[in-house]
Design a protein around this ligand. Structure first.
Ligand SMILES: [Zn+2]
Ligand SMILES: [Zn+2]
Length: 279
């Protein structure tokens, strides 16, 4: 593997809940991000199930597997793939789990909830993996030292019920920013803009059209004209939408990306399951 590569594999790009769409995919939020040979996983919606064979094969070949999971927040569509992720049961799987606080609960608290009876048959105490939970505060940076260079991760709080967090990831001089669920907010938008600026690639949610947003204020999501106005404040070259509304057809998702490009002047595309991007 080229040790300088910085790539993203889209494993789940739907927001809110799963769909049976086979064109752009129906799995909920999960991105696998490869910095050289090191794997970050952004959120564990149902898309994380697609990593099962890769992780088990690593353990078979190398004797162990390591990943760092970055959590935007603890809503089901970003969390509930974990009990189906085989790595959590394997003693040779090491998971560093990074996130902020959500209504004063940590990601570890939320993981424990997932395995509580009667929600799930396997108790949390039976998980075999080696887990290290890290709580970050708004604006904090987290560094991962790898043989191929440091990965710098900056986390910022966004406006979403119960809090959500966006991440700016720098590796080998390239910058990827991922901003899942967030809704316009006069103060937090300034922070969001700082996160977006200077990114070589931005992956962000724009779940609603302007018309849809009118009846969905407070649900925690961005809409086209607001995202476009923010993008016009940046010098970004490439933006991909994700966390697509489950009620949107692939054609609507495509049309929204076209509209966002028209309104913002920034090249916009949409993510789909199986897509690989180079940062
Ligand atoms: Zn979501
Ligand atoms: Zn959410």
């Amino acid at each position: 593997m080229n040790t300088n590569t910085f790539t993203v594999h889209v494993l789940g790009g739907r927001g809110s809940f799963n769909t049976d769409d086979k064109v752009i995919g129906g799995h909920t939020s999960c991105l696998a991000i490869y910095c050289g040979g090191y794997r970050l996983i952004l959120d564990s919606g149902s898309g994380i199930i697609s990593l099962n064979s890769e992780v088990l094969q690593e353990i078979k070949t190398h004797g162990s597997s390591e990943s760092t999971l970055l959590y935007s927040h603890a809503h089901d569509d970003h969390l509930n793939g974990i009990p189906s992720f085989k790595g959590v049961y394997n003693p040779n799987c090491r998971l560093n789990i990074v996130g902020g606080l959500h209504d004063n609960l940590s990601i570890e608290d939320m993981w424990r909830e997932l395995f509580k009876s009667p929600r799930f048959p396997v108790p949390y105490a039976f998980l075999g993996s080696k887990r290290n939970f890290v709580i970050l505060m708004d604006g904090a940076k987290h560094i991962i030292n790898t043989p191929n260079g440091d990965i710098e991760i900056e986390m910022r709080r966004m406006n979403h019920p119960g809090n959500s967090y966006g991440y700016k990831i720098t590796f080998n001089g390239r910058v990827l920013t991922v901003t899942p669920d967030h809704e316009p907010h006069p103060e937090l938008d300034k922070s969001l803009l700082q996160l977006w600026k200077g990114s070589d690639l931005l992956i962000t949610e724009v779940q609603y059209t302007d018309e849809e947003y009118l009846t969905r204020k407070g649900w925690g999501h961005d809409h086209l004209s607001h995202a476009a106005a923010m993008l016009r404040e940046t010098n970004l070259k490439r933006v991909f939408t994700f966390h697509h509304d489950p009620d949107h057809s692939p054609e609507q998702v495509r049309d929204m990306a076209i509209k966002l490009e028209e309104l913002s002047g920034v090249r916009c595309d949409f993510t789909y399951e199986g897509l690989w991007l180079t940062v």
